[in-house]
Design a protein around this ligand. Structure first.
Ligand code: GDP
Ligand code: MG
Length: 172
């Protein structure tokens, strides 16, 4: 049987050090490091998911969150089919900054499927943002919500698979 292949550009956004690169590396390479991996500009990674009779290629663009890369970000947002909006559950500021990121997505992208991700779920003892706060924010903006850990891998596949399904449903 013939299989069709679809490629979706996915962007990962959120404050510096929330764990965007870690999330992407866990998902695509099953890799994790405790060390900070400096993302200069952008990092491209791909992963293919089999869905029904389709191959869904996620073309994941992991952007540097640093302000000085703002000029680059605009072009990276362009043409995205889906967005992963990240905050760190151990960093309240990264949660408070979410509207800023949603604004950027809104400014540069069409309306795209989005998921809200609270990262570093394994660091429960350092939690600054409750599950309820995350959920409520996601609901208010019509996003699906996950808490993930790039360290243990918890919910990482589920989150990417859910976004892939949302994109298939909205574009195909
Ligand atoms: P980015 O700037 O958003 O790309 O963040 P990084 O992926 O570079 O992660 C920043 C730091 O947080 C690194 O030291 C990572 O090891 C750590 N980190 C990322 N995700 C997790 C996680 O799920 N659990 C734990 N414990 N640490 C994490
Ligand atoms: Mg990074």
């Amino acid at each position: 049987m013939e299989r069709d292949t679809y490629i979706f550009k996915v962007i990962v956004v959120g404050d510096a050090s929330v764990g965007k690169t870690s999330l992407t590396l866990r998902y695509t390479q099953d890799y994790f490091s405790e060390n900070y991996i400096v993302t200069i500009g952008v990092n491209f990674l791909k992963k293919t998911i089999q869905m029904d009779n389709m191959d869904i290629v996620l073309d994941i663009w992991d952007t540097g969150g640093q302000e000085r890369f703002a000029y680059i970000r605009a072009s990276y947002f362009k043409g995205a089919a889906g967005a992963i909006i990240c905050y760190d559950i151990t960093n309240k500021k990264s949660f408070d900054d979410l509207p800023k990121w949603l604004n950027e997505v809104d400014k540069y992208c069409e309306t795209v499927p989005m998921v809200l991700v609270g990262t570093k779920k394994d660091l429960e003892d350092q939690r600054q943002v409750s599950v309820e706060e995350g959920k409520a924010f996601a609901e208010a903006y019509g996003m699906k919500f996950f808490e993930t850990s790039a360290k243990t891998g918890e919910n990482v596949e589920e989150m990417f698979n859910t976004l892939a399904k949302m994109m298939v449903e909205s574009y195909l």
